[in-house]
Design a protein around this ligand. Structure first.
Ligand SMILES: *Cc1c(COP(=O)(O)O)cnc(C)c1O
Length: 360
């Protein structure tokens, strides 16, 4: 098999043992004679997959009992609209804009009610999380929305503002399960699956029970969190195969020692690349040190006329999908849980060779 390292921001690399197991179980899941894709979502086989998948996620994130776990469709972007529909209930909401994704959330939510932008780093090209003391939080907001890892610009929150009881709604699409979190600090956690969990299209929503009573009557049933919570995410046919793959990823993560163990690896992986970037003038990362993402590392060549040569050489060295997001340019290495440390070693080795070839 062709050995490559895939640095795609999403859909992204999955653990090889997960794909191998899906392959082995493709035609005949556990002696059922069926592929998971062919099973009734209400049959006992799939119901057992769903129950195990939810239980393993609860274990991994230590999710308290007063939170529901929903397996929805439409990715994270659908939730941009469904968050205000499920939560606003005639109030206004606070949003912090710290990158392209939280900006998009504001744009999408604004159709449904009054949205107050309480902090923004857009003028500074999204290179840091603004000091919480400067945020103009409203004490009667329905919620505060944040994106705790900005996938395009590589900005990550390591702590949270004090909202005095206003629930925090966090888009964790690109770093969920990469580090330990305290779920009880959030009202809602959501994320598209295609970064750290599984196939694109699936969206996981973790919501505190007391927030389930505020939905607008205009909320579609498939996106109504309360309706879905009362129906085990089965008010419609859920994305069964994607849930199955997510379940395999959760089992793999538990085998790795869980979130605390993978966090240690993630810290080591990110350090390899940041340390090298910081050691040279040839490459640069613009994000404030304390807000540098462990999952998405954008970097630029000082001489941007070398970009194409850099990407071409990377490709020849089996280092794929390093081109930065079109909104920010440059390069980006996305190094999710499933990226082995060998990928970082190979990338840094290549960057060193490229530098020595092209330094005057
Ligand atoms: C990828 C991403 C999204 C978009 O997810 P979709 O599945 O395309 O809806 C939203 N937010 C963040 C932080 C992301 O990384």
């Amino acid at each position: 098999m062709t050995q490559i390292f895939n640095f795609s921001a999403g859909p992204a690399v999955l653990p090889k043992p997960v794909l191998a197991r899906a392959q082995a179980e493709m035609l005949d899941w556990h002696g059922s004679g069926m592929s998971v894709m062919e099973m009734s979502h209400r049959g006992k086989e799939f119901m057992s997959i769903l129950a195990k998948t939810e239980a393993d996620l609860r274990t991994l994130l230590n999710i308290p009992n007063n939170y529901k776990v929903l397996f929805l469709q439409g990715g994270a972007i659908a939730e941009n609209a469904m968050i205000p529909l499920n939560l606003l209930n005639g109030k206004a909401a606070d949003y912090a804009v710290t990158g392209g994704w939280s900006k998009r959330s504001v744009e999408d939510a604004s159709a449904y009610g009054k949205i107050n932008v309480v902090a923004s780093t857009e003028a500074d090209k999204y290179t840091y999380v603004p000091e919480f003391s400067s945020w103009k939080l409203n004490k009667d907001a329905a919620y505060l929305h944040i994106c705790t890892n900005e996938t395009m610009s590589g900005v990550e929150f390591l702590d949270l503002p004090n909202t005095n009881g206003v629930p925090i709604v966090a888009d964790m699409s690109s770093h969920i399960l990469s580090r330990e979190i305290d779920v009880s600090q959030y009202g809602v956690i959501y994320g598209g699956a295609q970064k750290n969990i599984g196939p694109a299209g699936l969206c996981i929503v973790i919501v505190r029970e007391d927030l389930l009573d505020s939905a607008s009557s205009l909320t579609p049933a498939v996106f109504n969190w309360k309706t879905q919570a009362e129906n085990q995410s089965m008010i419609n046919t859920p994305p069964t195969y994607s849930i199955y793959i997510a379940g395999l990823v959760f089992e793999w993560l538990i085998e790795q020692g869980g979130v605390a163990a993978i966090e240690e690896v993630n810290i080591a992986k990110a350090k390899l690349l940041y340390d090298y970037i910081d050691s040279t003038d040839f490459y640069v990362n613009h994000v404030a040190l304390k807000n540098r993402s462990r999952m998405n590392i954008p970097f630029y060549l000082k001489d941007e006329s070398l970009n194409d040569a850099f990407l071409q050489g990377a490709q020849e060295n089996s280092l794929l999908q390093l081109k930065g997001h079109r909104a920010v340019g440059g390069m980006r290495a996305s190094i999710y849980n499933a990226m082995p440390i060998e990928g970082l070693q190979a990338l840094v080795a290549y960057m060193k060779v490229f530098e020595s070839k092209h330094s005057a």
